[in-house]
Design a protein around this ligand. Structure first.
Ligand code: BGC
Length: 444
């Protein structure tokens, strides 16, 4: 039977993404571990505990990722394992990361490695971390060590994951481990030091591994005024969207600070990215003055909303995000995209509709080179603990039992066939057939 197909380039990277603290388990030297021990900080007082047991056995999930037909995976290094005390590098931890990276290569899975994904060594927090200039030298040395011992296995590096999410959640919302300072002035300072850390890490990587591709994974979200919003709401939405989605890229591109983060030039920052990593999940409504928080979590009628009121399913926003970063003229990777959906009721259509937007972008010759689905397996979802499940594979953290979700089977078909098609939609998300593949046969 005839099928409508959206075929991806032959060298497209099909991946999944995870972060160290969310999957490794027993991450005892990190600020997140310490934070989790306090009462009432994590929903339902959940703890990361053994997480997905990757420190002991990442290989088992990598087998599953290989069986899915993926050829890429984004993971992060846990700084507090590699440097558990200032200037003491743990060779066993670095060996373990080597094993994991080798296991990926052995399975035909190309690693993309993030150096900072939300967690810090406890000792660094005690020294003031992103509110102290010392963080830049420490981050540079940690990076240099990681590159020295692991660089031959890592073609792509991400320096920092979602700098603004990190700053927002830690300094303004205080839902992430709070360090010595919080509030807006501390947040501003942290942004400047994150930019400095990024620049230092970029050059530390390039000095040892000039051929490496180095970038950032930047969360992008559609921030929009409501359809019936005022002119002021729309102006506010435009400014907030620029601040949230674009200002970091602008500063990284020309090395100049933008207000409200300050003025002047950050030395060696200009041009420090070889690719753009976009983490895209959702759209938020905003209004001026803000009423229910800066980003409202109330949706328009008819919106499809994911578990825990996490967000609205809005695939067109991914196309917008790609278009927004085109001006930097760099390869684009979708370094995260996914949905919390324990019942797997919306994930299949989420995957298909978001990949359709990527395919559409590629058909305009926009340079989208790969897609890393968040996430391979249910993992510890930060302040929301285990209450939100993003995995293509379901996990029971108590027993460590795993089960491939239907969306995992769908992703397997996508990765192995390098396409999305009407037959997949008919079987996994029939409601999409009409809009996504008009004219395709209804049953196959
Ligand atoms: C983060 C992940 C997180 C995911 C889902 C991203 O903001 O990088 O660590 O688990 O979103 O909320």
């Amino acid at each position: 039977m005839a099928q409508a197909k959206m075929i991806f380039p032959a060298d497209f990277l099909w991946g999944t993404a995870t972060a160290a603290h969310q999957v490794e388990g027993n991450n005892v030297n990190s600020d997140w571990w310490a934070w989790e021990q306090g009462n009432g900080r994590i929903l339902q007082n959940h703890r990361s505990a053994l997480a997905c047991n990757w420190w002991e056995d990442a290989e088992a999930d990598l087998d599953r990722a290989a069986a899915m037909g993926t050829n890429a995976h984004r993971l992060s290094l846990e700084w507090s394992r590699i440097e558990p005390e200032p200037s003491r590098f743990d060779m066993d931890a670095l060996d373990r990361y080597r094993q994991i990276l080798q296991a990926m290569h052995a399975r035909g899975i190309e690693p993309m490695v993030t150096l900072h994904h939300f967690s810090n060594p406890v000792w660094l927090v005690e020294k003031g971390d992103f509110n102290s200039d010392i963080v830049v030298d420490y981050f540079q040395r940690y990076t240099a060590k990681a590159v020295e011992l692991l660089g031959d296995l890592v073609p792509k590096w991400v320096t920092i994951n979602e700098p603004y999410v990190y700053v927002f959640m830690r300094y303004l919302n205080q839902l992430f481990p709070v360090g010595q300072k919080h509030g807006w002035l501390a947040a501003r300072e942290a942004v400047r030091n994150l930019l400095r850390c990024h620049a230092a890490a970029y050059h530390a990587i390039k000095a040892q591994q000039p051929e490496a591709q180095v970038g950032i994974a930047k969360n992008m979200a559609v921030l929009a005024a409501r359809p019936d919003g005022s002119a002021l709401d729309r102006r506010w939405a435009r400014w907030l969207s620029w601040l949230y989605n674009e200002s970091w890229f602008e500063m990284m591109a020309d090395g100049r600070l933008r207000q409200p983060f300050g003025r002047g030039v950050i030395p060696n920052l200009a041009g420090t990215f070889d690719f753009v990593g976009v983490n895209y999940y959702t759209r938020f409504y905003v209004r001026f003055p803000p009423r229910n928080g800066l980003l409202e979590q109330e949706w328009e009628p008819g919106a499809i909303v994911s578990d825990g009121n996490y967000g609205e399913v809005y695939p067109e926003g991914l196309f917008w995000a790609i278009k927004t970063v085109l001006k930097y003229d760099k390869p684009i990777y979708i370094t995260e995209n996914g949905v919390p959906d324990v019942a797997d009721g919306i994930r299949p259509s989420y995957i298909l509709t978001h990949l359709r937007e990527i395919w559409r972008a590629i058909s305009f010759c926009f340079p989208v080179m790969g897609y890393y689905h968040w996430s391979l397996v249910d993992n510890f979802e930060w302040d929301r603990g285990w209450t939100q499940r993003f995995g293509l594979i379901a996990l029971d953290p108590e027993t460590q039992a795993r089960q491939l979700r239907a969306s995992g089977s769908l992703y397997t078909e996508i990765c192995t066939q390098n396409q999305i098609n009407s037959d997949m939609a008919a079987r996994y998300a029939p409601q999409l057939l009409e809009t996504m593949f008009p004219g395709a046969p209804p049953t196959l």
